[in-house]
Design a protein around this ligand. Structure first.
Ligand SMILES: [Zn+2]
Length: 139
């Protein structure tokens, strides 16, 4: 039976992003790592932007990061949310920057430089989506 409280839209799978969402389903934050020059790249794409290699390995991130910037899209109201989400750019400790949502914090208390950790929220169809929560914030 579907949980009526879950409104978050399902992630869109592509051949390049399937590994990311499959990792999220297991509670793992995976980022593409170049099999040649070992750099990380995100969002996923078929070729390393640094050396043009097409061989990649999914690398598991620690999930720790720092808020680089954030915004709250209030108008138009985003589809699939019961309240305006906090959209955040997180610099992962390993280096890649990722777009996500920030949870467990009053928007008045969000600031750049906030330390966060990943967790996973369910979407409408049962898949999981990575979101970030400030360190020390209650679940
Ligand atoms: Zn490369």
């Amino acid at each position: 039976m579907a949980d009526a409280a879950i409104l978050r839209p399902e992630p869109v799978f592509t051949p390049d992003s399937a590994f990311f969402w499959e990792g999220a389903a297991r509670g793992e934050l995976l980022i593409k790592q170049c099999g040649a020059c070992l750099r990380y790249w995100h969002p996923p794409r078929p070729m390393c932007p640094a050396c043009n290699a097409t061989r990649m390995v999914p690398a598991r991130m620690s999930g720790f990061g720092t808020v680089y910037s954030w915004a709250m899209p209030i108008h138009p109201f985003p589809h699939g949310f019961s309240a305006p989400p906090i959209v955040v750019l997180v610099d992962l400790d390993e280096g890649p920057r990722i777009v996500s949502n920030l949870v467990g914090v009053d928007p008045r208390n969000v600031q750049n430089g906030l330390r966060v950790h990943v967790e996973f929220e369910p979407a409408q169809g049962g898949r999981s989506v990575p979101v970030f929560r400030p360190l020390g914030a209650a679940p």
